[in-house]
Design a protein around this ligand. Structure first.
Ligand code: DLL
Length: 432
């Protein structure tokens, strides 16, 4: 168990003083060692000594995905390769991957962050942590792994895929904590049911799910299907991987590891910093990373911050769940649509499963928008009267949520491909 009360329960002034000290160090370190920061700060007319308060961070320009691409592969590294002990990379949808380098201290810090998260899930050395995130360049597998090792748990490095084997190990090895994407957790729950088993036949007590947006509806379904308490874990390769933040047992947003990450929320259009509670783009500054420090990294993830007291006793700022990414947002017939809004609608219908896909295209100069969703077991497409009545209700609910209608295609249960990692929810042929 790793609950670092000194950091996680610090009072505001103490935490802010620590953050300022670490921020000042980071800015100077990056300015002195990484040409990108020197150039960007010189251009903005700001020197490391100008950072006198935490708010002075706004004087420093943002760093973006595009800057990472321009410095591919290792141009943002602040240490020679002899000090870089691990490389991870995020695939990205286009172009070259984003390469990230970790020093030994960075890896230790990562272990500590994930360990704090696993502790929020109630895990300790007596637990069997079943890691079904993919291992490899993706940070999910090895990130969960390092955290589980740090708390001294028994780790099962399953990686993703082969659902039947996963379930066999889960039963035979009595796994107690499951780490995977929420969409793969659903696939596992479905596999369990198909095998004629119930949550009572396995031993999971908690799940640590992240790497993709998910809704409360999906959480309810996973908790029921696997008989565990689901926790949300957030992170991104560029910054570290999983463990930047994680939800505790009260499920009121994710506690950010503030002694390692300074966060801001900005309006993605005006780039102004927004107050707590307002939804915008999350911007993260690493205050303690050596291999590849990032100052004011625009994550593209949309969420808001909360600072009210959490019953668990941790005083760290919390981020809401991620509603989507600015670049996941679809603009259909001029209306902004996030897949998570569609998921919220689907979750309201017992007749539907959470297996869905959105198809967006263009015909005769007009956007087309279709939702394909599987019917729950017991309801068949042949049952025309009930299916048509359902279609009308789903159509109304979609219009209420999104402000635009869509074509609805129902599928029999089990038709759509199942996710083993991050689910692919959208096929937008307009971009092709
Ligand atoms: O997905 C790191 C990770 C692995 C996080 C395992 C949690 C668990 P990337 O592949 O670089 O890294 O993708 C990062 O995934 O910017 C978000 O858009 C999304 N994401 C990550 N965690 C969550 C979450 C890993 N809990 C991108 N909720 C991020 C919603 C998430 N979206």
């Amino acid at each position: 168990m790793i609950w670092n009360k000194e950091m996680e329960c610090a009072d505001r002034e103490t935490m802010r003083a620590l953050q300022l000290e670490k921020l000042q160090k980071t800015v100077k370190y990056a300015y002195d060692r990484v040409p990108h920061y020197k150039n960007a700060m010189d251009k903005a007319g700001v020197k490391p000594e100008d950072i006198k308060t935490l708010e002075d961070i706004t004087k420093i320009p943002f760093i973006t995905k595009e800057d990472l691409a321009a410095n591919y592969p290792t141009g943002l590294f602040a240490q020679p390769m002899s000090e870089i002990k691990r490389i991870h990379a995020s695939s990205g949808t286009t172009g070259k991957p984003k390469i990230v380098g970790y020093t030994q201290n960075d890896l230790d810090m990562w272990g500590e962050c994930v360990a704090r998260g696993l502790t929020m899930a109630g895990a300790d050395k007596n637990d069997i942590v079943h890691v079904s995130y993919g291992y490899g360049l993706f940070t999910g597998g090895l990130g969960a792994h390092i955290g589980a090792e740090t708390i001294g748990a028994t780790v099962i490095p399953m990686s993703s895929g082969n659902t039947q084997k996963q379930l066999m190990f889960m039963q035979d090895m009595k796994s107690t904590v499951l780490c995977c994407t929420p969409s793969y957790a659903l696939t596992l729950a479905e596999g369990l049911k198909k095998a004629g088993l119930t949550p009572d036949d396995i031993h999971l007590k908690a799940g640590v799910f992240g790497a993709e947006p998910w809704t409360q509806g999906m959480r309810d379904e996973i908790e029921k299907g696997l008989g565990l308490r689901a926790h949300d874990i957030y992170g991104l390769s560029e910054i570290m991987g999983p463990g930047v933040s994680m939800s505790c047992e009260y499920n009121k947003g994710m506690h950010i590891q503030e002694d390692y990450f300074y966060v801001e929320i900005i309006d993605p259009d005006t780039l102004e910093v927004l107050p707590d509670g307002e939804k915008g783009e999350l911007v993260i500054t690493t205050i303690g990373k050596e291999g590849m420090p990032l100052i004011r990294y625009r994550t593209r993830d949309i969420c808001y911050l909360m600072r009210d007291k959490c019953e668990c006793g941790r005083t760290t700022v919390r981020m809401s769940r991620v509603f989507g990414r600015t670049d996941d947002m679809l603009i259909i017939r001029g209306v902004n649509v996030f897949p998570s809004q569609v998921e919220t609608v689907i979750a309201k219908f017992d007749e539907l499963t959470m297996n869905y896909k959105l198809y967006v295209g263009r015909e005769n100069n007009k956007d087309t928008f279709e939702l394909a969703v599987e019917l729950a077991e017991g309801l068949e497409l042949q049952d025309i009267a009930s299916v048509e009545a359902l279609r009308t209700r789903v159509d109304h609910a979609m219009r209420d949520m999104l402000g635009i209608g869509c074509k609805i295609r129902f599928l029999n249960a089990g038709t759509l491909p199942r996710s083993e990692g991050k689910a692919v929810r959208v096929e937008d042929t307009r971009k092709l």
